[in-house]
Design a protein around this ligand. Structure first.
Ligand code: SF4
Length: 567
């Protein structure tokens, strides 16, 4: 039977208990929502005693289903003030599944000075150890020290100095499969600050000597269906630019269609977008010994990840993604890929969300704090977060904090969270998702970008956002969304896998219901936390300023946003 680890930071004790029967069929985002609504008061202080930080596995954890070992991290967000689920690849989910640990729950606040680390050894024993020697360390140095102490093959979950300092953009970093770089981030919503508030610097998971075996209602049926679905995903991935290039390939679509944000979501075009596009990226990989087609977790057949070296062939960063490139690139008027890679490495090291940091820099550029496109000034300003200067602390609290401090009127946030790399005036369904997602402006909650939707009118965009937000709740409960994209031809098979694993004969409606319930639970939580319809809106300038690229404004009216979830 699956276990949960309860880590009480107040008493510095750890107990291992059977997973609650109520949560047996849940995983990932769905499990976070149901746990939070029952156990974490919506009105609590996100950095206070009553908030909890939850790490959990997906519905098919422990099986051979591709990408089944994403790790969901949840809690009340210090950035949005609402419920937050942020999920991440890397190796930790796989080793937690082999340990038979479906959830880790952090409770309370520590009384003692200095951070702790949670160590789960190869026999399954879990204990808190003193981590004073790692205080203030960046994720890269920390990973190296932990690998030196516990072995190169451990998986680590860590925070950098940003999490320790309580920055509201602080992320949580998981070591990638293989090289072990701490470059996979549960980035959004400041959950790194929640981990920091609880005084936990790291979780170290060893490979168990005896591997946990999951239970199946019908193991033969599960294996047969799972093999078929894995094959379909693998075949689909062969023609997927995310596999053949990486997520940077998105630039070729957004840059050409006015969807790439430019100069703080000004709506302008950025003719030089290919300077930070796929060809440049692939050339740099080929000439410097970098790599793409890497799997961030064992068993992933999509393999969208990468390792990016500098001009001398030295490792610079990995998991170098479209969002970081679009937002530190054209949205800050920067067109040098190596400089953006340095910004990515810096943010990964101190542990902040690159989407939040890059948007904050763009807003600061608009306010005149630094010139557009100035790489050195950007790196210097980012360094202030590490040095904890007065402005560095504001920057660490994200885009809205910087915009308000500098008196900027155009701040691209929803529910206090900065927008991802898609211009909502030119992919309106994505704008509807930004506005209405319980997570705040979040592309992973339902990215509708695509001409079929974008050309089909407002009603189609609302329909697409609604359906995709439900679909992403399903995906984030069981797998990586990039693999989920290839399941479409055999979608009902996921329901059959669910029945073969947990029993019953419900088929896909069981998953559809779970997706709807997750979304409504998250919205209910936010309402109890004090959010209203007014929080489901885009910033005013998207309704008033026309996109220079297309002449479009975000013209989805309030009523259309308010009825989106009247299922
Ligand atoms: S598709 Fe990419 S992000 Fe998703 S699990 Fe595979 S390598 Fe990781």
């Amino acid at each position: 039977m699956w276990s949960k680890l309860i880590v009480d930071m107040n008493t510095l004790s750890v107990s291992r208990e059977p997973l609650d029967e109520d949560f047996r069929e849940l995983g990932g985002k769905g499990l976070i929502a149901q746990y939070m609504i029952k156990n974490v008061p919506p009105q609590c202080d996100p950095l206070g005693e009553q908030n909890q930080l939850i790490f959990c596995l997906g519905i098919f954890a422990g099986t051979s289903f591709t990408t089944a070992h994403r790790l969901s991290v949840g809690g009340k967000s210090p950035l949005t003030g609402g419920i937050k689920e942020s999920n991440v690849g890397g190796y930790a989910g796989t080793l937690l599944a082999e340990q038979g640990i479906k959830m880790i729950i952090l409770r309370g606040l520590p009384e003692k000075e200095g951070p702790s680390l949670l160590h789960i050894d190869s026999s399954g024993k879990a204990e808190l150890l003193d981590a004073a020697e790692y205080k203030g360390m960046g994720n890269y140095d920390l990973r190296e020290k932990l690998a030196g102490r516990f072995g190169e093959k451990v998986a680590t979950i860590t925070i950098g100095s940003a999490g320790e300092m309580g920055y509201r953009s602080a992320s949580i970093h998981v070591s990638e499969f293989g090289a072990g770089h701490p470059s996979r981030a549960a980035a959004r919503g400041g959950l790194g600050a929640v981990m920091g508030s609880k005084g936990l610097k790291a979780i170290v998971v060893e490979k168990p000597t005896v591997r946990f075996k999951v239970e199946y209602a019908d193991e033969g049926k599960f294996r047969e269906t799972c093999t078929l679905v894995n094959k379909v995903i693998a075949q689909g991935a062969q023609n997927d630019p995310f596999h053949n290039i990486g997520t940077i390939s998105t630039i070729e679509v957004t840059g050409a269609n006015g969807i790439l944000p430019v100069d703080n979501f000004s709506g302008k075009l950025f003719p030089a977008y290919q300077e930070v596009g796929a060809n440049k990226f692939l050339t740099n990989l080929a000439t410097r010994g970098g790599k793409n087609k890497l799997a961030c977790q064992p068993g992933c057949v999509v393999q969208c990840s990468n390792c990016y070296n500098d001009a001398n062939g030295e490792y610079l960063t990995s998991g170098f993604e479209y969002e970081t490139i679009a937002l530190f690139g054209p949205n800050c008027h920067i067109s040098d890929l190596d400089s953006i890679a340095r910004m990515d490495r810096f943010c990964d090291d101190i542990g902040v969300d690159t989407i939040e940091a890059a948007n904050a820099i763009a807003v600061a550029m608009e306010a005149g704090k630094l010139p557009w496109g100035d790489v050195d000034a950007t790196l210097a300003l980012l360094s202030e977060m590490k040095e904890a200067t007065e402005f560095g602390r504001i920057l660490g609290d994200g885009c809205e904090a910087v915009g308000k401090h500098l008196g900027c009127k155009r701040i691209p946030v929803v529910k206090h969270q900065a927008m991802a790399g898609y211009e909502p005036r030119n992919t309106k369904g994505t704008g509807i998702t930004y506005a209405t997602s319980p997570m705040g402006a979040d592309h992973t909650a339902g990215l509708t970008m695509g001409r079929a939707f974008d050309d089909a009118g407002r009603a189609a965009q609302a329909y697409a956002s609604n359906k995709l937000q439900v679909a992403m709740c399903i995906a984030d409960s069981m797998m990586c969304i990039f693999a989920f994209a290839h399941v479409v031809p055999v979608m009902p098979k996921l329901g059959e896998m669910m029945d073969a694993m947990y029993g019953g004969n419900y088929g896909f409606p069981r998953l559809a219901a779970m997706g709807v319930k997750t979304l409504l639970t998250e919205r209910g939580y936010n309402k109890m936390a004090g959010m209203t319809d007014a929080d489901d809106r885009l910033p005013e300038f998207f309704y008033k300023e026309r996109s220079v690229a297309t002449g479009s404004v975000f013209d989805i009216n309030d009523y259309e946003l308010e009825v989106l979830f009247d299922f």
